[in-house]
Ligand binder design. Structure first.
Ligand SMILES: Cc1ncc(COP(=O)(O)O)c(C=O)c1O
Length: 382
């Protein structure tokens, strides 16, 4: 097997993949309506379900499409005429509100700061005080905009109290942060192939209990293509997606799931955490800060305040790193000047340390690092 040029993606996904995942796409042409392909999809569906739930009671419905397709599918297929409360504490919570608006889904937006935990007392007050009939609560588990990890366990407890179903966009936490759907009282999990699962982009999916999917028969769907109940039922009957499946991406996903099984979820999260510790120790040493405190941080994606320095320009910094094989990502927090570094994918803390060496050179070049080193020294000697 030839090696593929290794680019290190410090982006919040698609993440760096192993060569074995990349090469798993090279398969003989096959029609996705063949039994053999149905078996592959069934095994992927079971493998993904097992990551968060008991596959005897829960199942996973696959779609061809990026993560947003599965979020879109849930919001357009499960809510009926009741109301969903959507927690908006970043770009992806905001996107859920936009999707609900397009489909005419009744929703209440619960706006929360992008770098602080959700105020559960205020959220409970909303459940209690509204005259609308709340059937669902939707939240992004890991707000990839900032690195904030929302406390789904406590949100699940709140849902139990108010008999609402919890919808969790776990697109950037699934496969690394341990999730137990039943214990956490999560109704629906949404995720995709190309982040912590370390597969290639093109597959997104929804996991729920089999009974939950069956119950969707009663709900009027708002989308034809992304109709969740129909996609579930069709797969159950035919072991096929309703529309053309992204064949090669699914072969790669099968390989990625088996690599995740070998590594183990907890071990993968430990590897990512080790990289995050190197990252944060390094940026602090250079005088940079991240915006979410450690207590609430996912340790997967870090939003870092831009260097306060005239010579700084994100595109220029991006190009400097890109030419050295590292891809970095702009910030996405309204009103705050940040850039983002993710430490997910098939990378290690040694890759992060190599990135930090270059970061120090870049900061010195633009006249930042030296100034900070002097400041730190002054602070220490005061
Ligand atoms: C939490 C979250 N939700 C939704 C999305 C959208 O996923 P996609 O770009 O694959 O549609 C992302 C992408 O980064 C995400 O991190």
């Amino acid at each position: 097997m030839r090696n593929v040029k290794r680019n290190i993606l410090l982006t919040p996904g698609p993440a760096t993949t192993t060569d074995t995942v990349k090469f798993a796409q090279i398969v003989p042409d096959i029609c996705p309506r063949e039994t053999e392909f149905g078996e592959l999809m069934e095994s992927i569906s079971t493998g993904l379900t097992r990551i968060v739930a008991d596959e005897n009671h829960y199942t996973c419905v696959l779609f061809g499409g990026s993560g947003t397709a599965a979020v879109d599918s849930v919001l357009s297929s499960v809510i009926g005429e009741d109301t969903v409360i959507i927690i908006n504490n970043g770009a992806y919570g905001k996107r859920m509100c936009e999707i609900a608006t397009v489909y005419g889904v009744h929703f209440l937006e619960f706006v929360s700061p992008p770098d602080k935990p959700v105020d559960l007392i205020a959220l409970e007050e909303l459940f209690r005080s509204t005259h609308q009939s709340i059937s669902h609560l939707a939240v992004v588990h890991h707000e990839t905009t900032t690195g904030l990890l929302n406390d789904v366990q406590r949100l699940g407890d709140l849902c139990k109290k108010y008999q609402a179903e919890l919808i969790v966009d776990a697109i950037s936490s699934f496969g690394a942060v341990p999730i137990h759907m039943k214990d956490m009282n999560i109704g629906y999990i949404v995720a995709s192939s190309n982040k912590n699962v370390q597969g290639l982009p093109g597959v997104s999916f929804v996991i729920a209990s089999k009974q939950t999917f069956e119950d969707l028969k009663q709900v009027r769907p708002r989308s034809y293509y992304l109709n969740l109940y129909d996609q579930y039922k069709y797969f159950l009957q035919h072991r096929q997606m309703r529309f053309t499946a992204p064949i090669q991406t699914l072969y790669a996903l099968q390989q990625a799931i088996s690599e995740l099984r070998v590594e183990g979820i907890e071990q993968r999260y430990e590897r990512y955490t080790r990289s995050w510790e190197s990252l944060t120790e390094g940026i602090h040493r250079m005088g940079l800060n991240h915006i979410v405190s450690e207590q609430y941080h996912s340790k997967l994606v870090t939003s870092i305040s831009e260097p306060d320095c005239d010579g700084y320009d994100f595109q220029n910094m991006h190009d400097f790193f890109y030419n050295q094989g590292f891809t970095i990502y702009p910030g996405k927090v309204e009103k705050l000047k940040t850039f983002r570094i993710a430490n997910i994918g098939d990378i290690s803390h040694q890759d992060i340390e190599a990135f930090l060496v270059l970061l120090e050179i870049y900061l010195q070049d633009i006249g930042f690092s030296l100034r900070k080193v002097v400041n730190t020294h002054v602070a220490e000697t005061e």
